[in-house]
Ligand binder design. Structure first.
Ligand SMILES: Cc1ncc(COP(=O)(O)O)c(C=O)c1O
Length: 476
């Protein structure tokens, strides 16, 4: 295809960063039908030289377009407008991020994500076509094995896929028999409680920490001892001083939830040593390790677990989508039988065809590809939010840099109440959470927790930051 490159030429004086202009020009050209699905686009090098731009600028724009599904890189064959974009080329509104009135799948009933919603991956970038194809195929080819009462420990092929994935990506050596598929992370915690703990048992809980899991543990009869978190993660020494006889500890070693630091190696070793010495269990909640933007991903704590004290929990809520309600728990080898027995007394993770579709998605390489694309996309979207907060709030909010995850924590300058601001923001339709609501003990240091995965453009981030600013100004 001979493309008219004049349409793409960015304006150096107006219109914001060059890569964003280029990205928008492409998006608009595709939406307007000037570029058709299957069209080949110029190579990075030739476009950069034609438009007199740095190669990195063009690369960044292409990367964004590819991660949002507009472009498809086919190695040496070149880069093409994604062939799956037919309907989009006919409905320009969709290109501007408007959600379709009726989604083609049963997921239509899911409400649109609210701005800043935590824990929600980029729903617009989920590879629906591939997913629907795989899920459709598992339903059409439903064998007898998928129709009988399922094993509450999880569908065997999915347990195998998870074990293989964890070996490669998280350095965890485990067999499928150690992997239990659960109904979300809370299902994983419930299984751990029922298999290994008794009501009344005491456990360390990070302060601040994930409030939904805290509630589940309390509902299971656990007594939680709050343990502070500092720049090295959980303060193991404090845990030992305050509750040395605890039976368990729940930790987020890769990316502390919600503050974001990693548990340092000395602390990891101290924690493992304590658990070994006291025959206590460690639940490692590795909820968003897939998304890391700089530095090498840290191996899981579980990979250092020589004494078999760590139960490793992962979830598909962020890697795929939370509506699946699928997570998993990896038991130490010696405890697999106890967990298997406890799993038989719980409802299990639900429908087999869904679990089968996830297994196919992983085995066919879609999972790894999706995660790669999302890593690049989230790095860009995080930039949208950080830049917008900077521009709109100046020094009034301090965004703490985090190496990974899909939310940012913005600290408040002065003595403003994070709860009051978050409440005002929620009243205006923004799904902002206050750091204080994640704390067990009171602390003066408030902050706002803001999800960024669904902010589709710099303009959208700016508009939402301005709505947040209005709430910030109005809150007392
Ligand atoms: C700290 C933490 N752990 C675990 C999860 C996963 O929960 P689930 O698998 O129930 O969606 C989340 C989800 O937001 C989380 O923030």
């Amino acid at each position: 295809m001979a493309m008219d490159l004049r349409h793409l030429r960015p304006d150096r004086n107006h219109g914001g960063p060059i890569y964003l202009q280029l990205y928008r020009r492409y998006r608009d050209a595709i939406a307007a039908g000037k570029l058709r699905p299957g069209d080949r686009v110029p190579a990075v090098r030739s476009l950069a030289s034609e438009l007199n731009l740095a190669r990195g600028t063009v690369e960044l724009a292409y990367q964004m377009l590819a991660s949002e599904g507009y472009l498809l890189a086919r190695g040496p064959a070149g880069t093409f407008v994604s062939p799956g974009l037919e309907p989009l080329a006919q409905t320009p509104r969709a290109a501007r991020g408007a959600r379709p009135a009726a989604a083609p799948t049963g997921m239509a009933a899911v409400p649109a994500p609210r701005p800043f919603q935590l824990g929600l991956p980029a729903l617009d970038a989920f590879p629906r076509k591939t997913w629907v194809r795989l899920a459709g195929r598992t339903l059409r080819s439903l064998g007898m094995a998928a129709m009988v009462h399922p094993d509450p420990a999880g569908y065997e092929p999915l347990r195998r896929s998870i074990a293989a994935y964890l070996g490669i990506s998280r350095g965890i050596a485990c067999t499928p028999a150690q992997v239990f598929v659960t109904n979300g992370y809370r299902g994983a915690l419930q299984l751990a409680c029922r298999a290994l703990l008794e009501p009344g048992d005491e456990g360390w809980y990070e302060d601040p920490g994930y409030p939904y899991a805290r509630r589940l543990l309390e509902d299971e009869g656990m007594r939680l001892a709050p343990v502070a978190v500092d720049e090295e993660g959980l303060d193991v020494g404090q845990g030992i001083r305050r509750a040395a006889r605890a039976r368990f500890a729940v930790v987020t070693p890769t990316h502390q939830s919600p503050l974001g630091m990693a548990l340092s190696l000395p602390r990891r070793l101290e924690l493992l040593e304590w658990a070994g010495r006291s025959a206590a269990w460690i639940v490692e909640d590795d909820y968003d390790s897939e998304f890391r933007y700089h530095g090498r991903p840290l191996p899981a704590l579980k990979s250092l677990d020589a004494q078999g004290r760590v139960l490793y929990a992962g979830t598909f809520s962020k890697a795929l989508f939370p509506g699946l309600r699928l997570a998993y728990l990896v038991a130490p080898q010696a405890q697999a039988a106890r967990l298997q027995e406890a799993a038989q007394r719980l409802p299990g993770p639900g429908a087999v065809p869904l679990q089968a579709a996830v297994a196919d998605f992983m085995d066919q390489g879609h999972f790894a590809r999706h995660l790669r694309r999302m890593r690049a996309l989230y790095a860009v979207r995080r930039g949208f939010l950080v830049d917008a907060l900077d521009a709109v709030f100046g020094g009034r909010l301090h965004v703490q840099p985090q190496a990974g995850g899909i939310h940012v924590l913005a600290h408040l300058a002065g003595r403003r109440s994070d709860r009051a601001i978050a409440a005002e923001a929620r009243a205006r339709g923004l799904a902002v959470q206050a750091l204080s609501d994640w704390r067990i003990r009171k602390s003066a240091a408030g902050g706002l927790l803001l999800g960024f995965a669904n902010l589709q453009s710099a303009d959208e981030a700016r508009a939402q930051a301005e709505r947040l600013r209005a709430a910030f100004d109005a809150a007392r």
